[in-house]
Design a protein around this ligand. Sequence first.
Ligand SMILES: Cc1ncc(COP(=O)(O)O)c(C=O)c1O
Length: 387
Amino acid sequence: MNIFDEVIERHDTESYKWDFFKDPRSVIPMPVADMDFRCDDSILSALYDVTDHGVLGYSIIPDELNDIFRKRLYEKYHWSIKNEWLVWVPGLIPALTSICNMIGSPGDEVITTVPAYYPIHLAPARGGKRLVTVPMILKNSRWTFDLDAIEKAITPKTKLFILCNPYNPGGTVFNKPELEDLLNICLRNNITICSDEVHCDLILENSKQHIPLGNLGDGASQATITLMAPSKTFNLAGLGCSVVIIPNEKIRKQFLEVKEGLFPFLSRYAIKAAIAAYTNGESWRTELVKYLKCNHDYVYEKINSIPGLMMNRHEATYLAWIKCDIPGFTENLLLNGVRVIDGKTYLKEGYFRLNYGCPKATLEKAMSRVRQTADLSKVPVYVHRPV
Ligand SMILES: Cc1ncc(COP(=O)(O)O)c(C=O)c1O
């Protein structure tokens, strides 16, 4: 049996995904972006060691973590960074808000593309800035940037662009020309870029490679704040362990100042788990990506066989972004036993997001309820195909 096939009961474990919504227990929750898989044993063993020691005081970031992470970025992306660029934080969402707060002056503008992971589109207002959104476009079945629309949206008040790469939701792994085009627009207009790359280790297509925006030359390095984490990759989201990479000294100092008084220390659990994950978790991660790819292909096939639903191939993440022409579908789907997130949450109506980071048996049950719900809905008789 594949280790990822194990169905683990998550009700009554203080799980945001399984316990927060207070759905009937028969409902399969597929919203929140964590996976229903057990962590790699090497990580669990590091956590047991911390428990055995038994003292849970404040922690510092050991050089070991910085060294491992720096080497990882070099090995995976040929990105040479310095340890001092790394600022570890217990979560990227407060980091996003802090970045929106510190870049520019009150009332300045932050651009992001939609659909957008909701903490991204909420961060500018939380940081006292004005949100400007630009729709993504579908080109050759991939969500990509509308560069003309981005240029048009820029004003003298635009100080920050928030990029999500790989894209959540939509699953695009942006290629070099796409990133360079976007970067050049931002550099020409003196816009800092916050590049959220938290899904970079979950690339499903062998032909695709994640490119950190900050590694596209000196200009990119100085203008980019990169967000990464072991959280999505190794299913550690609840531990709170993320990293902000800031090569620009002035911006880094600003961030460290803003961070003071806002962010707690990382727990020793988070630190030890991250070290274990980056040291010993690579074969677990490789198997995970294979499993997610099979789940993706299964969801893709099932969804595209259902009239009124349509999905493009995703290059990364475990979050399917599904076009839906069936009125009231997500509400009916919930009544029929599957919770997903409606596209409105991502500022894009007519879509929903479904998390397939779960055992195949759970996914099969969920997809059969998706089909039943569609069958029960009165839909116009036409079939969408990926474009
Ligand atoms: C694009 C994106 N950024 C940031 C986060 C939050 O990351 P973390 O909780 O690991 O800091 C998520 C979580 O779903 C995400 O999808």
